[in-house]
Design a protein around this ligand. Structure first.
Ligand SMILES: NC(=O)c1ccc[n+]([C@@H]2O[C@H](COP(=O)([O-])OP(=O)(O)OC[C@H]3O[C@@H](n4cnc5c(N)ncnc54)[C@H](O)[C@@H]3O)[C@@H](O)[C@H]2O)c1
Length: 263
């Protein structure tokens, strides 16, 4: 008996480029795409991270292509997409996971800090997606999945530029979805809450914040990177053929409201 899950979420015959896959989230999501049948190319600008992620993903018995590029350079964004497209033979899925942050109070942020965050988190997604569009349109469609953040909707102190960049990503997701709906390209975002990775170590390693997380997050804990796989496979697969311009919040219930009685 054919099972609906085997076709609806299957990426058999599909190709994917995952940016920032040297990171904890990108590599887990790249592996999930590969395990769902996609031929995957991973990207990072850090050689060691790239090699480590390649080995991690290939544990699944698949082969992975690697690409190095500094995404602060718009030309490098275009070359990355074109080279990945040429090597993969097509480009069905672009998963934008590269990101950066510098945590500082607003009064201490320099123009250089501002550009460093915006260039990776927002500007690169703009030009990577712009470069992916003609390939996807020519082949009859595609999927762009942007890793945004809970901070696109919920502000926290010391991450003002990061929050603005992620709000930009979530809005850009809608703008691209509108312009490219006629090309059968679905553009969506995931807004993760707090995920336990090196990126957030300064937060969960801190005694005050660890206690704060336990009270603030309804689940009482940070997410594991693999808890983003479900939303990713939905947005990267035929299951989301009628979903575009959306952001799925994966935050353990933070945005559901607040607890105001003693639990
Ligand atoms: N960890 C969390 O709690 C969390 C929550 C919400 C959203 N996010 C987002 O998820 C994504 C992945 O986060 P992560 O926790 O895996 O972080 P990470 O730092 O482990 O991974 C990000 C990767 O992006 C790469 N990168 C950074 N600047 C680059 C540049 N200029 N050119 C090319 N590559 C560059 C880094 O080398 C790194 O491997 C990011 O976009 C982040 O903002 C993370």
């Amino acid at each position: 008996m054919a099972r609906i899950l085997d076709t609806l979420f299957s990426l058999e015959g599909k190709t994917a480029l995952v940016t920032g896959a040297g990171g904890a989230i990108g590599r887990v999501l790249a592996k999930a795409l590969a395990e769902s049948g996609a031929k995957v190319a991973i990207h990072d600008f850090d050689d060691e991270r790239l090699a480590s992620s390649k080995a991690f993903i290939e544990e699944a018995g698949v082969e992975v292509l690697t690409f190095k590029a500094d995404l602060t350079d718009a030309k490098a964004c275009r070359s990355l997409v074109d080279e990945a497209h040429a090597a993969l033979g097509s480009l069905d899925i672009l998963l934008n996971s590269a990101g950066t942050n510098r945590r500082k109070p607003i009064v201490e942020v320099t123009p250089e800090d501002f550009d460093a965050i915006i260039d990776v988190n927002l500007r690169s997604i703009y030009f990577l997606s712009q470069a992916a569009h003609p390939h996807m349109a020519a082949q009859g469609g595609g999927k762009i999945v942007n890793i945004s953040s809970l901070s696109a909707k919920h502000a926290f102190n010391t991450i003002s530029v990061y929050a603005a960049s992620k709000a930009g990503v979530s809005q850009l997701t809608k703008a691209m979805a509108r312009e490219w709906v006629g090309d059968n390209i679905q553009v969506n975002a995931i807004e993760p809450g707090f995920v336990k990775t090196e990126f957030t170590r300064p937060l969960w390693d801190d005694e005050y914040r660890a206690d704060w997380f336990a009270r603030f997050i309804p689940t009482g804990r940070l997410a594991n990177p693999d808890e983003l796989i479900g939303a990713t496979l939905l947005l990267a697969s035929p299951a989301s053929s009628y979903i575009t311009g959306q952001a799925i919040v994966v935050d353990g219930g933070v945005l559901s409201g607040a607890t105001w009685v003693k639990p």
